[in-house]
Design a protein around this ligand. Structure first.
Ligand code: ZN
Ligand code: ZN
Length: 277
């Protein structure tokens, strides 16, 4: 079987709230949005944090109106930092772009939740007015193949719930596990199973171990827990993700160095970073 080429691009890597401050700009201030393509095919987008705005501009760059394009957006959950960029995603305003939104957590409220965000008094433009008519789909537990990539959701431990996603194509595997607090036995076991042997694990690493006790129950993990998960699961590369708003670039670099002491092949997610697997 020919290995598929999976390309990952980070458009937003910051947790909780955008942080467009100078000391943070190397890693970036936009909230979560990750793009994945197989062999240069159409994009699968994971989360609609503020990073999705620049992705939308890039998608339309040089493409005149007309034709038919499809965009798949997979949401992990509905906390602000994962949906707040959606109203600023330009393809939403083009009749030649058709968007399919997938969710597994709270999928029964998927449409109403997104429509409420994009309606008065929160926003001047309504999501239900044409051409803004996405299709809303529950991501099936057993997984679904989209643009040649098998996408499987699985539960993470987060207040209100959150979905991780495992992406597989031709033997290459990526696990996206943002907004996860280790400590729930069944979620931890499932994550370990899904991440087992993955080429890339992108995982919530918001806190320092010493910060964690005061943040227990907030739904996020530490770099140390991420490094341990990566080692136990035998992944090839670890990407620390969902950086704390208070962590500036030099603090993120310190975290990476400490994490590399536990799991050598570790990097921090950075806006604009491309990884080819
Ligand atoms: Zn988040
Ligand atoms: Zn969250």
């Amino acid at each position: 079987m020919a290995m598929a080429n999976l390309e990952v691009r980070f458009w937003g890597v910051r947790g909780s709230i955008p942080t467009p401050h100078e000391p943070n700009m190397k890693h970036g201030g936009n909230t979560p949005c990750v793009e994945v393509r197989r062999d240069g095919g159409p994009p699968l987008i994971f989360d609609a944090g503020t990073g999705i705005r620049c992705l939308g501009r890039e998608l339309l760059n040089g493409i005149p109106p007309g034709g038919k394009h499809k965009v798949h957006l997979f949401l992990t959950h509905f906390h602000w930092d994962h949906i707040q960029g959606l109203p600023f995603f330009d393809p939403l305003y083009r009749a030649d772009y058709f968007m399919q939104v997938w969710s597994s957590v709270g999928a029964e409220h998927l449409q109403s939740t997104l429509e409420r965000q994009m309606s008065r008094p929160y926003f001047p433009i309504d999501l239900t007015e044409p051409p803004r008519r996405p299709d809303y789909t529950m991501a099936p537990k057993e997984g679904v193949e989209v643009e040649g990539i098998q996408v499987e959701p699985f539960p993470l431990n987060h207040p209100g719930g959150c979905a991780g996603y495992r992406l597989s194509a031709g033997g290459t595997r990526i696990v996206y596990a943002t907004d996860h607090e280790p400590g729930d036995e069944s979620c931890d076991r499932r994550l370990m199973q899904m991440a087992g042997g993955a080429d890339l694990l992108i995982i919530d690493s918001q806190y320092l171990p010493e910060e964690y006790p005061a943040r227990k129950g907030w739904g996020h993990g530490t770099w140390l827990a991420s490094a341990e998960t990566a080692r136990q699961a035998g992944v090839k590369q670890l990407v620390l993700f969902h950086h704390d708003p208070a962590r500036d670039d030099s603090a993120v670099e310190d975290v990476v160095r400490m994490a590399q002491g536990e799991f050598a092949n570790t990097i921090a997610a950075r806006e604009g970073c491309n990884l080819t697997l």
